[in-house]
Write a protein that binds this ligand. Sequence first.
Ligand code: HEM
Length: 400
Amino acid sequence: MSKQPLPTLPMWRVDHIEPSPEMLALRANGPIHRVRFPSGHEGWWVTGYDEAKAALSDPAFRPAGMPPAAFTPDSVILGSPGWLVSHEGDEHARLRTIVAPAFSNPRVKLLAQQVEAIAAQLFETLAAQPQPADLRRHLTFPLPAMIISALLGVLYEDHAFFAGLSDEVMTHQHESGPRNASRLAWEELLAYIRSKMRDKRQDPGDNLLTDLLAAVDQGKATEEEAIGLAAGMLVAGHESTVAQIEFGLLAMFRYPQQRERLVGDPSLVDKAVEEILRMYPPGAGWDGIMRYPRTDVTIAGVHIPAESKVLIGLPATSFDPRHFDDPEIFDIGRDEKPHLAFSSGPHYCIGVALARLELKVVFGSIFQRFPALRLAVAPEELKLRKEIITGGFEGFPVLW
Ligand code: HEM
């Protein structure tokens, strides 16, 4: 009897952002599936909401940056000392506590005016451009990059330098190709942060690099950990949000009735942002976050041996009808139920308040400022950044 070939990841979204029909069909078959990963390894893919949430909080699983010796993570950042997903337990808590205050709800609330002012300034610069203009260049990239640069205490003017390195670091590495370019980029980013952190001895100020320097001086982190933590923040702090703004805008262009609803009732913005995160999370060819059980575990009755690859399918869980009603419908007024776009458990996204703030500022004001905002090309002409884990587009030409 011939064996059925295993479903293979990635399951690319269609029309850039819409859920893959293969993924939807497989998900409908149950909450966990045996699959083949892009690395060629076999393992499991968890697509059920409850099952994914439970696994994310289960200490039996090691995080994405702590693979067993047989595997290599999908990007060079995973596994680097200091990057939070490379640590677990007390060590993870120790490092996370150093940076958590800067991203807490009250601290992020204080940034609201600054984010609004930066967005307003970027809108005016865009308005002064000849049409069509590239929204990536004028808004989606600079907004998150300016904010994270200010928080860290590095100059936004350095972004041309660190953006290229960050792209290289976030390139899919499915254990197949050479990693040298990614590794070198990560080393260069670490060297950049090291020199900026040194500058803070002379010119401290109120920023994360100064906090990290203090943590090193107080023995709470090694210098290597502090540098890894800061470099990771720089990468994580803008890559996902840039892509999320672009994917959300494309969704709004594709569903004009939803856009009109938002324009007609701006109080819907909070729900709209959650719906964008649920249905169109960042990621190109990205099917979830990896976990590695240290012991044998059972998920939905399926036995999984220790040291296997288990991909927690965050995007797929958004289509679980046991959790969301009519999950395949994009509805910005949907009764909010928590989604897993920011993960769950100890590695829950630390930048969640900041990301939400940036998304709310953009989606709460862009269609008011540019009522006729539209793509200047057919959507299929947009070039998806397929090789970058977080996705987004090469450019986002618009008219207004
Ligand atoms: C729409 C934007 C964003 C999305 C969808 C997102 C998503 C995620 C997800 C899914 C994880 C979990 C990784 C895992 O469990 O293995 C995560 C972790 C993380 N995110 Fe975000 N993120 C976003 C924005 C940000 C921002 C603005 C920052 C700012 C610094 C940030 C910093 C981090 C960090 C440091 C972690 C690791 C936390 C830990 O391991 O304790 N993210 N993010």
